[in-house]
Design a protein around this ligand. Structure first.
Ligand code: G4P
Length: 531
């Protein structure tokens, strides 16, 4: 098959959601429909597992299948589907954000009763910045859910994106019995088959114009659906594929991952409407198109083995153009060297396999002897290209760290600097401080725990960790005379990032606004200036 055909078949996406919205359940169901597993079961006891590196690892344990924690590939009706893991819960970290840079689209999962929640907002913002097409799946329709118009309204107000429902729940007062497909104009009614969603379900399909449908759902639900459709047709946003691809309109689906209801319809529509691998910007301002025959890829995640007995790390890279062939030699741009991609692994739903060939959109993992960093580019030996720098995400939690044993100073500095380089955490220094301490910024608590764990395991250093009350970081731009005489800095802290750029840490946005008002000559940025 040609490179273009291979690209057209691929869909690489991530599911974003707030914990408990049903991401694990939906992922499991996608595997079920993709034929990767045959019997899904409710994943239990996961929440007590603090170090479950990803929700998928739980699926792995529960179902006895081997699912790697970063990507999962399955085939569905001619599509090669790559689902990227975006860890939730305690393991929420910069990794979660970075994973979105390797995706071509995202599925936003929303609990029908809860609407848009905090973590969804944060992840959505990253999708927005990247102009990723976002598909909304409103989950848990089998139990009480909010009015769908309210949910649409919330998505627009809170996230700032218009939505276009492709199907619609049938029922009244938050009690739903099925969904209506606006495109095909048919209605599927929930069948309770007693398997609790363990098997694929067939829904009972009706033509809403038939008397049988009206009798089945009752007069009130029938009229309500009729009125809602009229309202949507007149006042709703028209279906506009180009707006979906541009990330300006989110197609909206309703269903229930647990009972499988609406999952297959969603999967099919998602695969039909979501884009195959897209072009990617290079640092020199040009774009790399996936059908360029020259191989290129970038590393978006490095995963250290949490087992101290195995100090191996896996670097995950996404192929952006050309064809990967096993054993090929590529140029590692940041390392300035050719390297042989000898034993890259692909993480299929059922097993880890050594792959012979892979294409744009595919994710491979290779052993990292400590030479790779997040954002690194691999390209053809004949080239020297570089993908755009990775975005830096504003950390929200800060601590001061020092080595417990001052004799371990050297290992401490080496460890912190390396882990900072790897992108595990963001490191800052106080400009005038002579003490051997660093300020560490993370977006989630687990990131800090992982840092302490790895310093102990890999560098033999125990840390003294002091929590700081700051929760907001802003990179500063301005003339030196203004920066060194910043007004109102008493309740904040000035630090330097790893490249020496000035950053201010403050307790909350109120303090931040106070600083902004008092220092009009300074620009406050959420991320370092790219130049
Ligand atoms: P997460 O990965 O996003 O955190 O969510 P997860 O899939 O673990 O689902 C969170 C809870 O929501 C689970 O219940 C799960 O069974 C339930 N759930 C997921 N999809 C649906 C759905 O479509 N309908 C209903 N009613 N519930 C759903 P739990 O009680 O926390 O765990 P469990 O005892 O069911 O495993």
């Amino acid at each position: 098959m040609s490179l273009v055909n291979e690209i057209e078949q691929r869909r690489t996406f991530a599911i974003i959601s707030h914990p408990d919205a049903g991401k694990t359940t939906l992922t499991e169901k996608l595997l079920l429909y993709g034929g990767a597993i045959h019997l899904a079961g409710t994943v239990k006891a996961r929440k007590s597992q603090k170090y479950a590196v990803s929700d998928w690892m739980e699926i792995e344990k529960q179902r006895g299948i081997s699912v790697a924690s970063s990507v999962l590939q399955f085939n569905y009706k001619g599509c090669k589907v790559n689902v990227l893991d975006t860890p939730g819960h305690q393991d929420f970290s910069e990794d979660t954000y970075r994973t979105l840079t390797a995706a071509d689209s995202a599925v936003m999962l929303i609990d029908a009763a809860k609407g848009v929640e905090e973590q969804t907002k944060k992840l959505f913002r990253v999708c927005r910045q990247r102009k990723l097409p976002v598909f909304t799946f409103v989950n848990k329709l089998d139990r009480y859910g909010r009015n769908p118009f309210d949910l649409m309204d919330e998505i627009e107000k809170v996230l700032g994106i218009r939505s276009c429902p492709l199907n619609w729940p049938i029922g009244v007062n938050g009690k739903y019995c099925g969904i209506y497909d606006r495109r095909k104009k048919n209605a599927d009614i929930f069948l309770h088959d007693g398997s609790h969603g363990a098997k694929q379900t067939e829904a009972a399909r009706y033509d809403p114009k038939d008397k049988a449908f009206r009798e089945k759902v009752g007069e009130e639900a029938f009229l309500s659906l009729f009125n809602d459709m009229e309202l949507l047709d007149v006042a709703g946003d028209p279906f506009a594929p180009e707006k979906i691809t541009a990330g300006e309109l989110t197609p909206m689906f309703f269903g229930s991952a647990m009972t499988n209801f609406g999952v297959e319809v969603f999967l099919e529509e998602f695969l039909r409407l979501s884009p195959p691998p897209r072009r990617r910007p290079l640092r020199d301002g040009t774009q790399r198109y996936p059908d360029n025959p020259l191989f290129s890829a970038f590393i978006f995640k490095i995963q250290a083995n949490m087992n101290p007995g195995h100090r191996d790390r896996i670097a995950f890279f996404r192929i952006c153009s050309g064809i990967f062939n096993k054993g090929m030699t590529v140029y590692h741009v940041q390392g300035g060297k050719n390297i042989r991609l000898a034993q890259p692994q692909q993480f299929l739903a059922q097993e880890r396999e050594i792959v012979d060939k892979a294409y744009p959109g595919d994710i491979l993992g290779i052993f990292d002897p400590g030479v790779f960093a997040i954002g690194d580019t691999f390209c053809d030996e004949s080239e020297n290209i570089r993908f755009e720098d990775f975005p830096v995400f504003p950390p929200e939690q800060f601590v001061r760290v020092q080595p417990k044993d001052t004799l371990k100073r050297k290992q401490f500095v080496k460890g912190i600097e390396q882990l900072g380089q790897e992108g595990a955490v963001q490191i800052f220094k106080q400009p005038a401080s002579a003490s051997e301490s660093y300020i560490i910024g993370t977006v989630g608590a687990l990131q800090m725990e992982v840092l302490a764990y790895r310093l102990r395991g890999e560098y033999g250093v125990e840390l003294v960790i002091t929590a700081l009350s700051y929760s907001v970081a802003r990179w500063l731009l301005g003339e030196e005379k203004y920066l060194s005489n910043m007004k109102g800095i008493d309740n904040g802290m000035l630090v330097l990032d790893k490249k020496g750029a000035p950053v201010v840490l403050v307790n909350n946005t109120w303090n931040l606004n106070w600083l902004i008002e008092r220092n009009p000559q300074i620009t406050f940025l959420e991320a370092p200036n790219a130049s």
